[in-house]
Design a protein around this ligand. Structure first.
Ligand SMILES: NC(=O)c1ccc[n+]([C@@H]2O[C@H](COP(=O)([O-])OP(=O)(O)OC[C@H]3O[C@@H](n4cnc5c(N)ncnc54)[C@H](OP(=O)(O)O)[C@@H]3O)[C@@H](O)[C@H]2O)c1
Length: 403
């Protein structure tokens, strides 16, 4: 077999521990695929770990790693953005390959770090940062690199998908479904990053940057979470043949611009994304040559996420490289979201039926429990909203429908 690859792990929480375990559990296949033994030499943690089974590898001194000339690959799974940024910079400047599961790191500092990786002729890989165990980054930049990607639509946050599934299946309110997610450990005590869509937004920024070949900052992506979705919205949408999902979507729009948005969206039942339930993730890619592809699986958890991290490590150990120029080509131009063309779902009292009928010819209607759900014909979103306002239709909620 080939030479030994010494690696260091930074972060030893849910994902980091999963990485250490996977390197041991599948050492044989990993060695074959990497072309040499992948040996975990250090684990850097913030706090000491007395009595840990890997005690002899654990250190709190980053210099142990950075001063060791044998370490060529660093896998980082920390939960602190600025700490990860400092580790990554130090690694890349020092000519070490870097693998991270940290979506914040890539969404925030992607262009700068990829530039550094390029200058140092090393790789910066982040398969685990989007959709955890679901391989999506490598298919995008490698397997599908002969394609033009026209669109992405993904369920990339398991917590919100679990909450929406509970609301649909059990008729629970948002608050009750969130509570049950917290009890099961699917949602954090402070759930805002998930339920307000910020987590999905960072993942979408990474996806669209790679898919469309120019950097899109997460700060520029219109983001709406699921806190205002009600079980009545879900029931009426189901009657009309749709499920409500938190969708991270991006597509090429008029004039080479990119339309990118995270928001609740009505997905027709015949679209496979509507069948993705519970904590599962799925990403649909529409390409010009391979057609539509759906990637489905576990978006979080120790083992699925470790699978993605270790996959990157093996790829690098076997000679694979990634420091793609898309990150350095300047910013992509985003379509103002109000120019988007779509249908809107409107929930209102039954008494609004006549006004809706007058304002829109050809819409679709369902009635449940004294309320109606109405789907407008497709149009420019801002114009449809203006029509609803001008017709003085008293709406209880308005959500977009997937085109
Ligand atoms: N959990 C998932 O399913 C999942 C899925 C995909 C991506 N991710 C991403 O993966 C990363 C890690 O997530 P996690 O769930 O494993 O988090 P976690 O369980 O909270 O573990 C974080 C680890 O980072 C370590 N750490 C923090 N600051 C450090 C520093 N300055 N120096 C050394 N170590 C430091 C902590 O060390 P101490 O324990 O010593 O404090 C801890 O071991 C995050 O960026 C997360 O977004 C997680």
């Amino acid at each position: 077999m080939g030479s030994v690859k010494n690696i260091a792990l930074i972060g030893y929480g849910v994902v980091g521990r999963g990485v250490a375990e996977l390197l041991e559990k599948n050492a044989g296949v990993i060695e074959k695929r990497a072309g040499g033994q992948v040996r975990l030499k250090y684990i850097l943690t913030a706090r000491p770990r007395a009595g840990d089974v890997r005690q002899e590898l654990i250190t709190q001194n980053a210099d142990d790693i950075f001063n060791d000339g044998e370490i060529s690959i660093i896998a980082e799974c920390v939960n602190d953005l600025e700490a990860a940024y400092a580790f990554c910079k130090r690694a890349l400047v020092g000519g070490r390959h870097y693998v991270t599961s940290n979506k914040n790191l890539i969404a925030t500092y992607g262009p700068e770090l990829t530039e550094l990786a390029y200058r140092s002729n090393v790789s910066l890989m982040f398969e685990a940062s989007v959709a955890g165990g679901v391989p999506i980054m490598r298919p995008l930049y490698k397997c599908l690199s002969a394609n033009r990607v026209n669109g992405i639509a993904g369920i990339v946050n398991g917590t919100t998908n679990y909450i929406l599934t509970q609301m649909k299946r059990e008729g629970q309110s948002f608050g009750d479904a969130l509570k049950s997610a917290q009890e099961l450990g699917y949602a954090e005590t402070d759930p805002s990053a998930d339920v307000q869509g910020f987590d999905a937004c960072r993942k979408l920024a990474i996806l669209v940057s790679v898919a469309f070949g120019s950097y899109v900052s997460y700060e520029d992506i219109a983001t709406e979470g699921i806190t205002e979705v009600t079980s009545s919205d879900i029931t009426l949408a189901e009657q009309l043949g749709y499920s409500i999902k938190l969708i991270a979507m991006g597509r090429l729009a008029q004039g080479g611009r990119i339309y990118a948005r995270v928001s609740p969206l009505l997905i027709p039942h015949e679209n496979m994304l509507s069948m993705v339930e519970g904590v599962f993730n799925a990403v649909n890619l529409s390409t010009d040559t391979a057609g539509d592809l759906l990637f489905y699986g576990r978006g979080a958890g120790a083992e699925p996420t470790a699978s993605a991290v270790v996959g990157d490590v093996i790829d690098i150990a076997a000679g694979g490289r990634y420091n793609d120029s898309v990150w350095r080509k300047g910013n992509g131009s985003l379509l103002p979201v109000e120019e988007n063309i779509c249908s809107l779902f409107v929930r209102a009292e039954l008494s609004e039926r006549e006004k809706l009928g007058k304002a829109f010819s050809g819409g679709v209607l369902a009635e449940v429990g004294g309320e109606l759900g109405f789907i407008t014909p497709e149009g420019i979103e801002s114009e449809t909203r203006e029509k609803i306002r001008a017709s003085q239709i008293k709406t209880r909620s308005i959500w977009r429908v997937k085109e």
